[in-house]
Design a protein around this ligand. Structure first.
Ligand code: HEC
Ligand code: HEC
Ligand code: HEC
Ligand code: HEC
Ligand code: HEC
Ligand code: HEC
Length: 423
């Protein structure tokens, strides 16, 4: 017969065993897999979460608004990284030395909390951070070379650029002047030489006769030539002037807030799409509302870690507090009769923003880079090949077109039809 006491003993032993068992499982799991998963699915899923929540402030291998992230699980434990991502302020408040130092290093910039991320999301995120988008330096250099070769080809395709034309003209004029000087020298040398010879009187007169410039200037040929030049020049100026009516190339109005693309899109490499949210999905690119600015400027109140609030950033706060939109001055503006769609060009056509807008990421103040005339649209549609690769929509067209020698251009899909651009 078992006594009550021994029953309790067995139960106790059973409990200890169970606890021991679970501890063992825990330890072995920890010992077996301390690393971050590197499967392609995990990395891809992590990239999506990263692009949606972290990309505006972080890069994997470079410092941005926040630190370069790769290697964070070497610097700290996975558990630390997860809790920091979920709520960095809580980790800092707990007195964690590493976190406090980092926070100070980044001039007390608050990283938003991400409590909504599931544990799975966090695992995927870390997979992407540690194993995603590894750059192979050789491949990157090759890519750059290919891109610049492409630029060169594009320039060649659109004729000789203006600045080269001026240089070529300058060189030509210089060469002409040189030839004139050399010819002049030859003439003087020859005249001297001939004068030394014994020549008959009439030949001597012929050799030493002076050119009469006055007579040449008054000749019909010169008068006609000069008049023709003046008329042609005036006409060209007038026609150029007429063509440029309503063309606002170079227009760069002052904006209500000294917002710099050079700083945001250039130095901090914030993606254009982060602010211009419509550009891949709709007709209009959209100008960001003050709320988008506040994603960062709730925390970033001044440049370079200066104390206090920058007066320019104060203007964002005023707009938000008073619920008044910031009155940005519109730079690009097509007349109402023309229809232009960003998604068609950026998402489907794969045209870079810079092709039409110029090097925005270098501009302190945005200016209009292209003419935005009908001729500009049409020229590009005549020259640009359609990015058909990987787009099933075009498979049939490409097949039909394959008998022609030319590549499929925008003009071949109706890019020159009036109704495509005019309502
Ligand atoms: C608004 C900008 C911002 C966003 C968005 C942001 N972070 Fe941060 N992050 C920072 C800053 C700034 C720091 C430096 C520490 C600090 O100031 O709190 C940081 C630090 C970190 C660190 C510590 C890095 C290290 O080297 O130890 C990790 C990890 C991190 N962020 C991950 C993420 C992840 C993952 C996301 C997206 C889910 C994210 N962050 C979104 C600004 C941001
Ligand atoms: C942080 C937010 C932000 C980012 C990132 C950003 N922009 Fe802007 N962009 C703005 C704001 C605000 C304006 C309106 C004020 C101005 O014109 O400077 C603007 C204006 C423009 C305009 C002129 C719009 C008009 O009125 O016609 C163009 C073109 C433009 N951005 C292109 C780009 C491109 C290309 C990139 C990426 C290289 C980019 N932007 C990145 C916020 C941003
Ligand atoms: C993804 C983060 C982010 C977003 C979104 C963002 N900014 Fe900034 N902004 C920054 C950073 C980073 C700095 C530079 C801080 C530094 O240099 O210390 C900055 C600096 C500035 C400055 C310079 C302040 C000064 O005194 O020179 C202005 C002005 C500014 N931003 C306006 C805006 C406006 C307007 C928007 C919205 C259209 C916006 N920012 C959106 C990150 C952002
Ligand atoms: C094929 C040429 C082209 C490309 C590529 C292009 N844009 Fe534009 N963009 C225009 C034209 C034309 C307008 C004027 C549209 C109008 O007035 O209706 C414009 C206007 C804008 C505006 C002013 C607001 C609006 O939607 O009218 C912004 C902001 C802008 N573009 C940003 C961008 C960004 C960011 C990209 C790249 C992701 C880009 N654009 C790519 C031609 C282009
Ligand atoms: C830098 C070159 C470029 C410029 C400049 C340009 N486009 Fe385009 N456009 C394209 C490309 C590439 C496509 C083809 C996209 C696709 O695959 O559907 C296209 C397609 C179009 C289409 C659809 C044509 C069709 O048959 O489906 C319209 C409409 C259009 N563009 C209007 C304009 C207008 C209006 C302008 C001037 C304000 C303009 N584009 C300037 C490159 C350009
Ligand atoms: C690829 C787009 C595109 C196509 C195709 C196109 N247009 Fe245009 N057109 C424009 C744009 C953009 C403007 C406005 C440019 C400006 O104001 O300089 C314009 C302006 C005009 C204007 C001048 C209106 C004014 O007030 O100055 C006329 C007229 C016109 N187009 C007629 C036509 C006709 C006719 C066709 C067909 C043969 C045609 N367009 C095809 C884009 C296009």
């Amino acid at each position: 017969m078992l006594s009550k006491r021994s029953l309790v003993g067995i139960r106790l032993n059973f409990q200890t065993l169970a606890v021991l068992f679970f501890m063992l499982v825990g330890v072995s799991a920890y010992a077996a897999d301390p690393a971050v998963a590197s499967s392609d699915e995990a990395i891809a899923a992590g990239k999506t979460v990263f692009n949606a929540n972290c990309k505006q402030c972080h890069k994997l291998d470079q410092k941005n608004v926040g630190p370069a992230l790769r290697g964070v699980t070497d610097r700290q434990s996975i558990a630390w990284a997860k809790s920091f991502i979920k709520n960095s302020q809580a980790v800092i408040a707990s007195g964690d030395a590493y976190a406090t130092a980092l926070y100070k290093e980044y001039s007390n910039t608050v990283m938003p909390s991400h409590e909504f991320l599931s544990d799975g999301d966090l695992d995927n995120l870390l997979s992407y951070i540690e194993h995603g988008d590894k750059v192979d330096p050789a491949a990157a250099a090759a890519g750059d070379a290919a891109a610049s070769a492409g630029d060169g080809a594009a320039a060649a395709g659109s004729g000789i650029p203006n600045e080269y034309l001026s240089i070529i003209l300058g060189v030509l004029v210089f060469v002409l002047v040189l030839i004139l000087i050399v010819l002049g020298l030859i003439v003087t040398v020859l005249t001297k030489y001939i004068n030394k010879q014994d020549l008959p009187e009439e030949d001597k007169e012929f050799v030493s006769q002076k050119t009469d410039f006055g007579k040449i200037l008054k000749s019909d040929a010169v008068i006609i030539l000069v008049t023709a030049l003046v008329v042609a020049f005036t006409a060209k100026t007038a026609i150029d002037g007429l063509y440029s009516v309503g063309v606002q190339q170079g227009y760069a109005p002052a904006q209500p807030i000294a917002f710099s693309h050079a700083l945001h899109a250039g130095q901090y490499e914030i993606a254009c799409q982060y602010c211009h949210t419509g550009v891949e999905i709709g007709k209009s690119a959209n100008i960001p509302s003050a709320n988008i600015c506040m994603n960062c400027h709730t925390h970033i109140q001044n440049v370079g870690g200066k104390e206090g609030i920058s007066p320019e950033i104060q203007k964002i706060y005023n707009a938000v507090d008073n619920n008044q939109p910031i009155e940005w001055v519109r730079v690009h503006n097509l007349p109402d009769l023309a229809y232009f769609n960003h998604a068609q060009h950026v998402a489907v056509g794969g045209v870079e923003c810079q092709t039409c807008h110029g090097p925005i990421q270098e501009m302190e103040v945005v200016g209009q880079h292209s003419t935005l005339t009908m001729g500009w649209c049409i020229d590009c549609h005549r020259q640009t090949e359609i990015a058909t690769e990987g787009n099933v929509y075009y498979d049939k067209l490409v097949q039909l077109h394959s008998t022609s020698k030319d590549a499929l251009k925008v003009k071949d899909i109706g890019g020159l039809e009036c109704a495509k651009c005019h309502y």
